[in-house]
Design a protein around this ligand. Structure first.
Ligand code: UFG
Length: 343
């Protein structure tokens, strides 16, 4: 039997490259499109080293509909995973039009081309950001979304809504939105991982760069939150576990097991972890000391958010498996690998 084929947009990126590995390992044929706006070809080389398979790659911007049409013309797909998007919250506040144009246009192009070429299944890369400062914790998929506090968050909400509306009137199409909590870590091989450009915004890349001596000192943004140790609580999900959730979602779609045309799943661990706990965990896992200080709260941060993962556990049959300690070790090994590569 021929392999099922999956188009992965943004497949050279952090989540995209790890998902490509897991899809290949699960027996899928993967076609990656990426414009390298926040990634480079080294991740695809890493995918090849890990799996022994070089995914077909087309350098294309999803906003370029004619170029994307050629991709659909040349290939048939059983499913699409749409990762390609800008993701820096602060930048989206400063340059909203750039975010709306890129994230919404690429999404619309992909779903329109899927319709034109009779591709039936799409997994959309959503975010826990849609819950905002949630009224109930942990958040379930039924917890009301809050108005977005950034254009980035708004593009996730708007894309979710577009997907719901489009599949509702289309007998052929099925959509799954995966709401990621905080993806961290790297592949255990240390051959792929997160490659933030410039000063990292997110906690774990900032930690690993501080440990590597690239940043002088980690600032812990606030120790006066109403939480047990005063720092914010998040749900840190290992990148390989997160990648596996996509494979399970794709299996469900291509095997025709979706119960609704549009389904939503939280993808997290279900366990809240504070910033202090994460820092201490990193130090312990890697047997090193991190230079850190407490700083002012970061505007826009919510006190706490973590997932109720019952639906993903029961309906998808997926759960997070990797231990936080192993995840933090992988994050550090990846940082060391990148530093050696750059020497
Ligand atoms: N933090 C620090 N110091 C840092 C960086 C982060 O203390 O240098 C803290 C933050 O204050 C927060 C926690 O670490 O409490 C996690 O921060 P991240 O920036 O890593 O992650 P966020 O929870 O802010 O971001 C997540 C997703 C984004 C999404 C955002 C919106 O990673 O994609 O939620 O809510 F947009």
């Amino acid at each position: 039997m021929s392999k099922k084929r999956v188009l992965v947009t943004g497949g050279a990126g952090y989540i995209g490259s790890h998902t490509t590995v897991e899809l290949i390992n699960a027996g899928y044929e993967v076609i990656v499109v990426d414009n390298f706006s926040n990634s480079d070809a080294s991740s695809l080389e890493g995918v090849k080293k890990i799996t022994g398979v070089a995914p077909t790659f087309v350098e294309v911007d999803c906003c370029d509909k004619e170029a994307m049409r050629r991709v659909f013309e040349d290939n048939s797909f059983d499913a699409v995973i749409h990762f390609a998007a800008y993701k820096a919250v602060g930048e989206s506040v400063a340059q909203p039009a750039k975010y709306y144009r890129n994230n919404l246009l690429s999404f619309i192009n992909v779903v329109e081309l899927m319709k034109e070429y009779h591709c039936k299944n799409i997994v959309f890369s959503s975010s826990a950001t849609v819950y905002g400062d949630a009224e109930e914790l942990p958040v379930t998929e039924r917890t009301p979304r809050k108005p977005a506090t950034s254009p980035y968050g708004n593009t996730k909400q708007m894309s979710e809504d577009m997907l719901r509306d489009i599949v509702t009137v289309d007998d052929e199409l099925r959509g799954i939105a995966l709401r990621y909590f905080n993806p961290i870590g790297a592949h255990p091989s240390a051959l792929i991982g997160e490659l933030p450009r410039g000063v990292p915004n997110n906690l774990v890349p900032y930690i690993t760069q501080t440990a590597a001596g690239i940043r002088e000192c980690l600032s812990i943004f606030g120790d006066d939150y109403p939480t047990p140790d005063g720092s914010c609580l998040r749900d840190y999900i290992d990148i390989v576990d997160l990648a596996r959730a996509h494979v399970v979602a794709i299996n469900r779609m291509v095997e025709g097991r979706c119960e609704e045309r549009y389904e939503i799943f939280n993808v997290g661990t279900g366990t809240p972890v504070s910033v202090f706990e994460l820092v201490k965990g990193f130090e312990k896992a890697n047997n090193l000391k991190l230079n850190y200080k407490v700083a002012a709260r970061r505007p826009g941060d919510v006190t706490a958010v973590w997932a109720d993962t019952t639906r993903a556990n029961e309906v998808l049959g997926w759960r997070a498996e990797r231990k936080l300690e192993d995840t933090l070790r992988a994050a550090w090994q990846w940082e060391c690998y990148v530093r050696n590569r750059e020497k």
